[in-house]
Design a protein around this ligand. Sequence first.
Ligand code: NAP
Length: 293
Amino acid sequence: MQSLPGLTLAGMGGDAREATLVQYLAEAGATVKTFGLPVNGPKIVNCPEPEECLGGVQALILPVTGVNEQMELSSAYLKVKPIINGQLLSLLPAGTPVLVGVARKPLLDLLEKCTLDFVELMQLDEVAILNAIPSAEGAVQIAMERMPSTIHGSKAMVLGFGRTGQTLAQLLANMYAHTTVVARDSAQLARASAIGLKTLHRQELINAPLDMDVIFNTIPAPVINGEILQRLSLATLIIDLASAPGGTDFVKARELGIEAVLAPGLPGKVAPKTAGLILARVVPGILLQKIGH
Ligand code: NAP
C-alpha cells in the first residue's frame, strides 16, 4: 500500500466502488472529506454539503460514472444529487487534480474551463484491463441467466478484441464455448487466432454464417445493425457491453423479436468490491504523481 500521509482529498458521490476506494485512501493515511458516501473511519470526514467537502482539498475524486446529462453527480446513496457546475468547482484552486472514471463531453468541457487537471481513470490501460475481468464475468452471468443452454458447447461471438473483448473471449473459450472473435485490426485477429479462437474480419461479418447462440458486443459503434439482425436466428441472444447507446440497433432487434440487452456498468453491479480495489491500485500513484509528495 502506498502511503498518503498529509494529503487531504475529497470523494463526492458514487457507489460501493468509491466507498471501497475512500476507505483504502484513508487507511493509506490521507484525510478524506466525503459527500454522499456512507463510509466512516478516523481519517474520514463526512460533509453535509458539497461546498464543505471541497474546501481545502488537494484533489477531488468523482464517481466512476461521473455526472449524468443534466450534470447531476452520479450517486447510489443521495436522494437529491447536486449539480456539478462552475460555481462549485471554482472552490478548487486552478490545476487541482480531478479523478473521474468516465467523463462525457460536458463534464470534460467544464473541467477544462475551470482549468482543473483531470484524469479519466477508465482510459488508463491498468484500470481498463483489470476492469475487464468483472465486466467479462458479468456478461457471462447475464448469458447464463438468459440462455436456455450452457455456455459450454454454445456458439459464442465476441465483437471487438480490445481490453474487454480479449478477457471475455478467453473466459468463454475457457468455459468451452465455440468462440469466434470479430475485429477490424489484423494484429488483434492474429492474437485471437494464436490463442485458439476462431476469427472473422469485421468486413466479413455481413456475409459470414451467423448461427450463434450468443453475441457479445464490445465495439462502441453501430455494428449490429438491421442488416446483421435480419440474418440472426430469433434464438440468438445479444449482450451489448459497449458504452451507451451500445452498438446494437435495439429498436430493430425488438421489432424482429430478438432478445438484445444493453449491459452498462457491469463491474459496479457484479463486483463492486473488486472494482473499488482496482481503483485503489492506481489512484494513490496518480495522486502522488500529481500532488508531488
Ligand atoms: P478497447 O480496448 O478500445 O477495445 C475496443 C474494441 O472495439 C477494439 O477491438 C477496437 O478495434 C474495436 N473498435 C472500436 N471502434 C470500432 C469500429 N468503429 N469498428 C470496428 N471495431 C471497432 O475498449 P474496451 O476497454 O474493450 O471497451 C470497449 C467498450 O466497452 C467501451 O465502449 C467501454 O466503455 C465499454 N465497457 C463497458 C463495460 C460494461 O460494464 N458494460 C465495461 C468495460 C468497458 P481497434 O483497436 O481497431 O480500434
